[in-house]
Design a protein. Sequence first.
Lengths: 572, 98
Amino acid sequence: MNSILVLLIAAAALIVGYGVYARRIDRNVIQPDGKKATPAKMYMDGVDFTPASRNVLFGYQFKSIAALGPITGPIIAVQWGWFPAMLWIILGTFFIGWVQDYGAMMMGVRRDGDSLGALSYKLVSPRARTILMIFLYFYLLLIMGSFGNAVGKTLMTNPKVPLGMFTVVLMGILAGQMTYKWKKDIILTTVVTVVLTFVGIWLSTTKPVAAFFNGLYGLPESPKWFLGNTRAQVIGTLLVVIFCYLGSVMPIWSFAQPINYISFWIVSLGILGGILGMIIWRPGMGDFPAFTKFTTASGPLWPMLFVTIACGAISGWHSLVSTSGTARQLEAETDALPVGGGAMFLEMIFATVAFLTATAAFGGFQGYQDAGGAGKALAVFSGGLANFLSHIGIPKEFGTAYGSVFLTIMALTIMQLCVRFMRVASAELAGEKFPAMKNIHIGTIVALLLTLVFVWVIPWLTIWSAFGAANQLMAGLALMLIALWAMSEGRKHTWALYPAAFMIVTTIAALLYLAYTNFAKLSSPDITTQAAIAAVLVGLIAVVLVVAAAFLVYDGWKALRKPQPKKAPAKA
Amino acid sequence: MEPGSLRHRLQRIAHAARQILYGMTTYEWAQSAKRERAEVERLFVLLSFGDLVGVPILPPYYTLRLLPYVVPALNRWKRSLLRERDWTDLAEFIEGID
């Protein structure tokens, strides 16, 4: 199938999904009132509760939800063939993804801007909030493990990447200084720092730089150093950890935020260039099979495909951003659909582009496998992007380095903020019993040590599946909350309840599968200590998540069976 | 310029595009600057008007002298200080997590 045709199908799904189905639910079921005061207006505090234009919020929401997930998931999932992956991206967004993002946002707006924790306390049960918090910590740990693995053990081991990454960091620090200390114009700051970043990426492709990192990593055959990881992987991971440490303990304006800003430009320009190159090139999928086999390295198609592609079809994280972030800034109830629903449908297009880098950019299945396949999804994306960029005149060598740097920095910007979040969470959770946890350095070091265990010990595909399952389970629970909220207002709730049931059943099945396969590995006589630790870790996390979900579903089921109020009055 | 004209429409599209770009880029910076200012303000009002929430810190004489300047912010301050928070409130600080 031709790549342009795939893009057109995705665009058609966007038009029908957003224009017909989403609008219908919005108009007939939720019935937003543009004149009703939103929490942003009622509780305006100039900070968290502040009305903002829907265009600004659309940009904010999209940036908040679209990162590494919609890129990595589809590239791994095409191991089942292009058809199931494409179908899930489109149908997942069409029937479930936007429902969650939009529903969570409306729920936040109608419930005085409550966060997801407060909503689960009120709509499900008091213990639901506590369970959600535990759930969240594991979820963040899995994000750190999976992203850290992808960056530290794959991308950073490419000698053409580290200098580019250092350049982005330095330019981010420079951007922070120029803006906050030297009070320079933002356009000047952007031009200077982004141009210098590109120079840094170009320098990283030169021979002396490559020779330096080859020597440091001991390439081409990097020796094994620690826990079966090569010297390049250990150094790459440690660089990631140092970066995250700085991101967690330094003031946000001087490090995390400006680096995020620079990375936005690097990423956006890359994606725009890639799309342009694809449109000019119009590659087909060649011999890429529509369906390969039911069971692959990641497991059976059901349930594993549905947790492998999380963000890009449906992602639980979006419900947190929609409630705690965007819902408190909506100017009018009528803005929820374009902001929440619109951003999710656009993310579907983003995921489709990532899907095409795996299926179309290498001319077929063998090309995809040679580029790294599911096991090296990020290397596949950078290689695919380089192939697209080569059609607008950008040399492949530079394109590959550029793609790798942009993925690295995309993951690192998320990881540094996750560590920040984890240190705050651990201070609150354990700060009373262990006062040392309130120290920002100790909280950060604990989070990073846990991350290192996950990165060094657990294989990439396993940890990605566990991360996807946790993410999707959160989506199922958020959808259950949305159904409960709609029911509490006397509105139809099946549009959220059926997707919730599907997501909860699928993700619990995925977690049970992960637990079973990992514990089963322990009975193998050839298993190494490292593999046994990994199997126990993943198995235990899967069990903990299943138990937490069982409690939440039980409480949710009880809440669902409570007497319903009268139907909401039809809109005049 | 007529509201329905092509130029008007193009200007509206350009305006929307600028706003979306702002939302994707420096809106977060503006939010963070506001948050920092609000935290300093919150601390200041807590020091000077803590007795309103049961934490008397400053003697009432000074509180009364400051009262006219702080009245407009009092409601907002109490709401933001007393609002119950949990980890999920922190989610907005982590952009693009997945």
